[in-house]
Design a protein. Structure first.
Length: 78
């Protein structure tokens, strides 16, 4: 009975680790994008360049979140 319970526990732990990675990625993506878009809107309002900084910071936030996900997934597999 012990080996089956231990195997099931390992499966649950592996699932929780993967789930944690996905949830943390979405939180990071959302809050980084939100912060950078708001910063871009403020700078655009200040300099009267409406879509320039907002679009640039949104792209920067998306790329940095994807890069961080890539780094985390590589670190988890190593």
């Amino acid at each position: 009975m012990e080996p089956k319970n231990n195997n099931k526990r390992q499966q649950i732990v592996a699932f929780i680790k993967e789930y944690n990675l996905i949830i943390s990625f979405f939180y990071e993506l959302f809050f980084v994008l939100l912060g950078l878009v708001l910063l871009g809107l403020l700078i655009d309002e200040w300099l009267n360049t409406k879509p320039l900084f907002t679009a640039g910071f949104a792209l920067l936030g998306a790329l940095s979140s994807i890069f961080n996900l890539y780094k985390r997934s590589k670190r988890g597999k190593a």
